[in-house]
Every structure is written in C-alpha cells, then in structure tokens.
Ligand binder design. Structure first.
Ligand code: APR
Length: 260
C-alpha cells in the first residue's frame, strides 16, 4: 500500500487542478452510517422515504420519520464531528493542492473541518428550505417546533409554504449552482481524489467519467473500503481501507515530498 500512497502523493503534488469527490464513506468514521454498506441507511430505511414524490404526498409523515431517525442515533448529523479524513482534505486545500471538494454528503462536515471550496452536490441536511419562497432556516429550529407539538412546525415562517430539508431527494434536481461549478471544475481537473463513494448514483458518478474522457484525461485516485462501481473504468490508483487512515498517510507523504 505504501507504494500506492506514494504514487498518489506524487500525482497530487504534480497536479495543477486537483479536485476531491467525496461520498458517505468519508463520514462513517464520524459515526454517520453510509447507505449501501452492511448496516448502511438503505439497509434500514426504504430509500423511497427520501423521494420528492412521497415527501410531497405527506410532509408531516416524513418529518416524523426524520425525528425518529435522529432520536435513534442512526442519522444524527448535528452531533457528528469531522474525522481525520475531513481534516486531511482541508489541509490539502490550505496547501493549495486540492482546489475544491465536490461532496455528495449533506452533513456539513467538510465545512466544519475547514474546507472552504465545498460544492454541496446533494444539498445540506442541516438546513430546511421553503418549497414556495426558498427561505431557509436551521433544521434544528423545525425539529424543536415539531417536538413542541407546533401544528405549523414544518411551515415556512414567511409564507406558510411547506418546509423540506435542503438535501436533494430522489427525483429532485441537483442545485443548478452545484451542477455548474462541478462541470467547470471537472473540465479543469487534472487529478480527481475519489473518497468513500460507491459511484452508483448519477449524476455525481458522471464526474469521474467526465474527467477521464476529456483530453488529456485526469488521473483518478480512489480511497474506498470497497472498490467503487466504476473503478475498472476510471481508477488509476486504488487504495482500499479506512478513509481516515489513508488520507492521513497520503497527507504525510505529500508533506514529505514537499520538504525535498
Ligand atoms: N473508509 C473508506 N471508505 C468507506 C468507509 C471508510 N471508513 N466507510 C464506507 N466506505 C465506502 C464504502 O465501501 C462505499 O464504497 O464508502 C462508500 C459508500 O457508498 P454509499 O453508501 O453508496 O454512499 P455514496 O456513494 O455516498 O452514495 C451516493 O446515494 O443514496 C444516495 O444521496 C445519497 O449521496 C448519496 C448517494
């Protein structure tokens, strides 16, 4: 593995526009389950509960499920803390070696770890937004009103529209700004660091394909516990193991190379 980490570090140090693409696997060591591993969220909850259609049929039912998931500790994003992988990625950005983090995660942990250029490809679950006027508020304020039994808890304070978590649900469009920035970054990218994602959900999974198909193709470095669905097509350096451990070793190797 040391030789793979060194090769990945050399690619990162030599890159002009390295970008990171992260998924739920970067946050499991913060106590947030991923989706498709054994014990992942989709092995316990029907993904259909997070579809826009079903939400619109009965928002109150979804909000009750949301409170139950939070109370069970299964998906309590607010109490999670960034881990070593988030910290290493933030450090690589501070060193100018990673220009941007495109994340599929909705847990805000990259920002809390100090990453600045973060593209929330699937939105952010710590905010609730009004479906009518787009006014947003911390989701914990909605949770507090729901817990207090307020019948209008999930109604917008401004226009009484329906409040929905600001994460992208199935059947919902990727935020236009996130899509545009990701496209620009993909076109400039000469090294893509893929961390903790199975690459099974589009259009996020299109990003590694895009950077590989353009000319010259970017080099793709993958850190995963299991190989992603696209590793045979896109991955140049596959490092299997813990994101926290491997990102820390990658950062250390990069710092050693830069001392030379
Ligand atoms: N270290 C490294 N890799 C890990 C770790 C870890 N500690 N824990 C899990 N992984 C890997 C798994 O092996 C898997 O490859 O992270 C990946 C997680 O894959 P998924 O559970 O499919 O999560 P993700 O790829 O982010 O899902 C994409 O699907 O349901 C939607 O909107 C949801 O954003 C999500 C999207």
């Amino acid at each position: 593995m040391e030789d793979k980490i060194r090769k990945a570090a050399e690619i990162l140090v030599g890159a002009q526009n390295a970008v990171a693409l992260t998924g739920a696997g970067i946050s499991t060591e913060s106590g947030i389950p991923d989706f498709r591993s054994p014990g992942g969220l989709w092995t316990k909850v029907d993904p259909g509960e997070f579809s826009l259609d079903r939400f619109l049929q009965n928002p109150t039912r979804f909000w009750r499920l949301h409170l139950d998931l939070k109370a069970s500790g299964e998906f309590d994003l607010a109490s999670a803390a960034p881990n070593a992988a988030h910290a290493a990625l933030a450090r690589l950005e501070q060193m100018g070696l990673v220009k941007c983090v495109i994340t599929q995660n909705v847990d805000n942990l990259h920002q809390r770890a100090g990453s600045v250029e973060v593209v929330e490809f699937h939105g952010n679950m710590l905010r609730a937004a009004c479906l009518r006027c787009r006014a947003a508020e911390p989701i914990e304020d909605v949770e507090a009103r729901l817990t207090a039994g307020d019948p209008d808890a999930a109604r917008c304070r401004k226009c009484q529209g329906v409040l929905k978590p600001d994460a992208v649900f199935f059947g919902e469009a990727i935020p236009a700004k996130a899509m545009n920035i990701s496209h620009v970054q993909s076109q400039k990218c000469d090294a893509l660091l893929v961390i903790g994602t199975s690459l099974q959900v589009y259009p996020a999974a299109q990003i590694p394909m895009t950077v590989k198909l353009k000319y010259p193709p970017a080099q793709v470095l993958e850190i995963n516990r299991e190989p992603s669905a696209l590793h045979e097509q896109v991955t140049d350096v596959l490092m299997l193991g813990s994101a926290g451990d491997l990102m820390t070793r990658l950062l250390n190797t990069v710092e050693e190379l830069l001392k030379r």
